[in-house]
Design a protein around this ligand. Structure first.
Ligand SMILES: Nc1ncnc2c1ncn2[C@@H]1O[C@H](COP(=O)(O)OP(=O)(O)OP(=O)(O)O)[C@@H](O)[C@H]1O
Length: 465
C-alpha cells in the first residue's frame, strides 16, 4: 500500500498535484462582487504557498526554546543519521532530496522522537520544514505489527490534509508495511468496519465521525496526535470544538504535537487546551523591512491619471518585473485590459481564479513570461519573487474602517533579508483619503515617502538609477 502511495506521489507534478483535489469551483468567497475588496482566504493562501513553493525556506534566525520541565531532554542534531531512524525511513528522507535537517527540524526532531514522548508546540514560518518534521515523527512512532490506528493528524481542510498525506506517502516509500488512510470528504468506510490503517490524516469532522460517532477505531489507542496549521484551523468556525472533542477521547499518554506558522493569542489559547506541559519552540520569521526600498507617491486626479503615471514610469526607466496592487477585481481587470492594449505583457491574479489558475499565473510570472502582475490582496502576503523591482499601489492598502493598513503595506512592499535587493515602491494617490493613508504609513514606519512629479522625466530617471 505504502509503495503505491509512494509511486503515486512521485508521479505527481505541481500542476496535477491539485487536479482532483476538488478545487475547481473553490472560488474566493470573501469578495461578494467584482466591486468589493478582494481578500485572502487563509486556507487557500496556505495551500497555494505550499504548492508554488520551490523548496525549503532557510532562516538565519535562532530558535527560541521554552521548557516547563528543565529535566526534559533537549538536544539538536545536524544529520538525519543522528536520529537513529529505521533504515527504510532514512532512505525515504534521502530519496526526497533532504540532505540535512532544516533549522526547525534540528531542534524539533530529537524531541519529537524522544522516549518517553514529549509534547510539543512548534511555530515557524511556512516553508521551513514543519510538515516534514511531524510526518517523520508520525511514521517513526508506528508499530506496523499492530493493525489499528496509532497516529492521528488533523488538518483544517481537505486539500491541506491531502498535501500532508502526500508528504507521508513519499517519506514512507520504502516502508510498505505502514498504512495510511485519509479521513476527508469523499472517503467512505462502510458502517461497522474497523479501520486497520496505522495513520489517519484528515479533517476534524470526518475524524470525529469515524472515531466517536461510528467507533471505527479506538481513540484510546492513539499514540500520536498532530494538529497542523493551527492558525488556519481556528480560523474555521467549529473546528476548534471538534478538535477538543477528539482530544478529550485520547489517552493521557498520547504525544501531542501542535504546529502553526503564526501564534496570536487565540492560537496560543487553543494550543494550551490541546497540549499539556509542552516544549515550545519558535523560529521567528524573517521580517520584511523597508530599508532597501525607495518609496514615492504620485498625485493623480483619477484612475486614468494613475494609469498614465504607470505608463510614464515605464516610458522612462527599465523595470525588471513589477507587481501592481488594486483594491478590487474590477479595477484589476480594467487596468490589465488597458495595459495589454498598450502592449505590456500583463498577468492578473485575483480571487475569481481557481487555485490551479492561480498557480499557472504565478508560475508564468516567476518564469518571466509576463513582466507585470496585477493583483488584489488575494495572497495574504506579498509573493517573494526576487526579480520584482517595482511595486505599485494603484490603491492604497486600507482596513475595514478605511484607515491605513500598515501591515499589508509592509507585506506588499517590504523585502526579507533573503530578497534584500533594492526596490522601488510607488503609491498612486487620487483622493484626500488616500493621501491621509499615505501619510499615516509614512509616520508609522518613520520612513519618508517622496513626492514624485510624473511629468518630469529627469526625476523619474533618477529613481531608476
Ligand atoms: N531537511 C530538508 N531539506 C531539504 N528540503 C526540505 C527539508 N525539509 C523540508 N524540505 C522541503 O522544503 C519545503 C517546505 O517544507 P515543509 O512543507 O515541511 O514546510 P512547512 O513549514 O510545513 O510549510 P507550511 O507551513 O507551508 O506547511 C518542502 O518542499 C519540503 O519538501
Amino acid at each position: 500500500m505504502a509503495n503505491q502511495w509512494g509511486q503515486k506521489a512521485e508521479e505527481l507534478e505541481i500542476s496535477n498535484k491539485v487536479a482532483g483535489l476538488g478545487l475547481k469551483k473553490s472560488h474566493n468567497q470573501t469578495a461578494e462582487s467584482d466591486d468589493s475588496p478582494d481578500a485572502a482566504n487563509p486556507a487557500e493562501a496556505s495551500l497555494l504557498m505550499k504548492i508554488i513553493r520551490q523548496g525549503l525556506v532557510e532562516s538565519k534566525l535562532d530558535i527560541e526554546v521554552q521548557r516547563k520541565d528543565p529535566n526534559s531532554p533537549l538536544y539538536s542534531v545536524k544529520t538525519f543519521e543522528a536520529l537513529h531512524l529505521k533504515s527504510n525511513l532514512l532512505k525515504g528522507v534521502y530519496d526526497m532530496g533532504f540532505n540535512a535537517p532544516s533549522k526547525i527540524q534540528e531542534t524539533a526532531l530529537p524531541t519529537l522522537l524522544a522516549d518517553p514522548p514529549q509534547n510539543m508546540i512548534a511555530q515557524s514560518q511556512s516553508g521551513t520544514g514543519k510538515t516534514a518534521a511531524f510526518v517523520l515523527a508520525m511514521l517513526s512512532r508506528v508499530d506496523p505489527t499492530k493493525n489499528y490506528p496509532q497516529v492521528l493528524c488533523l488538518s483544517p481542510t481537505y486539500e491541506l490534509a491531502i498535501q500532508t498525506g502526500e508528504v507521508a506517502a513519499k517519506m514512507a516509500k520504502f516502508c510498505p508495511e505502514i498504512k495510511l488512510k485519509y479521513a476527508v470528504r469523499g472517503e467512505e468506510v462502510p458502517r461497522g468496519t474497523k479501520i486497520t490503517d496505522h495513520i489517519i490524516i484528515g479533517t476534524p469532522g470526518k475524524m470525529l465521525d469515524w472515531g466517536i460517532k461510528f467507533g471505527m477505531f479506538d481513540l484510546s489507542k492513539i499514540k500520536v496526535f498532530v494538529l497542523d496549521e493551527a492558525d488556519v484551523m481556528i480560523d474555521r468556525q467549529g473546528h476548534q470544538d471538534q478538535c477538543v472533542r477528539i482530544h478529550k477521547c485520547l489517552p493521557p499518554t498520547c504525544q501531542m504535537m501542535f504546529f502553526s506558522a503564526t501564534y496570536d493569542s487565540a492560537v496560543m489559547e487553543f494550543a494550551e487546551i490541546i497540549v499539556p506541559n509542552p516544549i515550545i519552540i519558535r523560529l521567528l520569521r524573517e521580517e520584511e523591512s523597508l530599508d532597501n526600498i525607495k518609496q514615492y507617491y504620485v498625485k493623480c486626479k483619477n484612475a486614468e491619471e494613475k494609469y498614465r503615471a504607470i505608463c510614464n514610469i515605464y516610458g522612462v526607466i527599465t523595470i525588471g518585473q513589477a507587481i501592481i496592487f488594486c483594491h478590487t477585481r474590477k479595477t484589476a481587470s480594467w487596468l490589465s485590459e488597458k495595459m495589454s492594449k498598450d502592449g505590456h505583457s500583463v498577468a492578473v491574479l485575483s480571487g475569481e481564479l481557481t487555485v490551479e489558475q492561480r498557480i499557472a499565473v504565478l508560475d508564468r510570472f516567476r518564469a518571466g513570461l509576463e513582466k507585470v502582475l496585477i493583483t488584489t490582496n488575494v495572497l495574504s502576503r506579498g509573493i517573494d519573487i526576487e526579480q520584482v523591482t517595482l511595486v505599485v499601489n494603484f490603491d492604497m492598502p486600507m482596513d475595514m474602517n478605511r484607515k491605513a493598513d500598515c501591515e499589508t503595506y509592509l507585506h506588499r512592499i517590504g523585502r526579507t533579508g533573503r530578497f534584500g535587493k533594492a526596490g522601488i515602491a510607488i503609491n498612486l494617490i487620487d483622493s484626500p483619503q488616500a493621501m491621509e493613508i499615505c501619510k499615516d504609513i509614512e509616520n508609522h514606519f518613520g520612513k519618508k515617502i517622496h513626492l514624485l512629479d510624473i511629468e518630469d522625466a529627469e526625476e523619474i530617471e533618477k529613481i531608476g538609477a
